[in-house]
Design a protein around this ligand. Structure first.
Ligand SMILES: [Zn+2]
Length: 323
């Protein structure tokens, strides 16, 4: 007898085959049957008229704050997401010193539109380092799986203070300290490290984020933390001011460390073949460099007309918002 049967749903099994109607049976917490008619069962779930699919893995979210207080992680879990990755775009809440709590909240609100009032209410700040942040995340059972990345901007402020906020170049000592912190974070279970080099990310006063103009020495120096690791990826959100140079250092990171580097493949209405040039950089230059799959967050630009940021990135969005 099966433990659970999801009965009569429209199954989209993720293999690329057309959907079909059937049962899914579970035994001992594992899928025992997909399709067909399942036999006797202790618990039955009627899925007639509903889609039954594998769980979604959302590789770009900003749940860094909510994940510390919300075991349900709505709305992602409501939508069928079973694993989320956060700490993208170089923003997050660790490492952090007491005096920087509100500026990290402001940066998250300004860049990712997560209301600062909710973050200020929910964050307990019972951590300083990234490993301590992971411990805080571990304190509750969850509806879905999570993976956290070490964000560059808080790390830069943690190590360099006001010099990071003023976007000064990192010294060799700064770079070594950031590299060591990333290494510790990776060893404690971080999924990876992210940075952002885009003008669309600004602090509440309109300034560029601390890592916007980080030099290649800093990026590769921090990236050297991945040497010898058997897991972990380096994520980048970039305007690609100089596409050749950006692709060059990312390729070098992959060759130096053997770890994947990924970037957001975003579209530009004013440059319709940009994505093709960037994809060329992924597939052409260095077979030894392990590139992961680029992705596009452009769909979000039309997901919310109340948005203060994403919908105004495009002329059509601006026109509608002005109506
Ligand atoms: Zn992001």
């Amino acid at each position: 007898m099966h433990d659970t049967v999801i009965r009569g749903g429209t199954i989209v099994d993720g293999t690329g085959t057309a959907s079909y109607i059937g049962d899914i049976a579970l035994e001992d917490g594992k899928i025992a049957q997909v399709g067909g008619k399942a036999g006797p069962v202790k618990r039955e779930i009627d899925a007639n008229g509903l889609l039954v699919t594998p769980g979604w893995v959302d590789v770009h979210t900003h749940y860094d704050g909510q994940a510390t207080w919300d075991p349900v992680l709505a709305p992602s879990s409501w939508h069928g997401v079973t694993t989320i990755l956060f700490g993208n775009c170089g923003v997050g809440f660790a490492p952090v010193r007491n005096e920087d709590h509100s500026s990290l909240i402001g940066m998250m609100e300004s860049i990712e539109e997560i209301p600062g009032i909710a973050l200020a209410d929910g964050l307990k700040w019972n951590w300083e380092t990234f490993p301590q942040y992971l411990d805080a995340l571990d304190e509750m059972p969850r509806a879905i799986d999570i993976a956290a990345q070490i964000p560059h901007h808080p790390l830069r402020v943690y190590v360099m203070g006001d010099r990071a906020i003023n976007r000064e170049a990192a010294t060799a000592d700064d770079i070594a300290s950031m590299r060591d912190a990333v290494k510790q974070g990776l060893k404690a279970g971080a999924f990876g490290f992210t940075t952002s080099r885009t003008n669309s990310h600004k602090t509440p006063d309109g300034s560029m984020v601390p890592g916007r103009y980080s030099e290649v020495d800093e990026l590769l120096g921090i990236g050297s933390a991945f040497k010898g690791m058997s897991y972990g990826a380096f994520g980048v959100n970039s305007d690609f001011d100089d596409e050749t140079e950006e692709l060059k250092w990312m390729t070098k990171f992959g060759q130096d460390t053997g770890r994947p580097v990924w970037f957001l493949l975003t579209d530009r209405p004013t440059d319709k073949v940009r994505w093709k040039r960037l994809m060329d950089g992924v597939t052409r230059p260095a077979p030894k460099a392990p590139w992961s799959q680029p992705r596009s967050p452009a769909v979000r630009s039309v997901s919310c007309w109340e948005s203060i940021r994403h919908s105004i990135l495009f002329p059509s969005g601006r026109a509608i918002r002005l109506c």
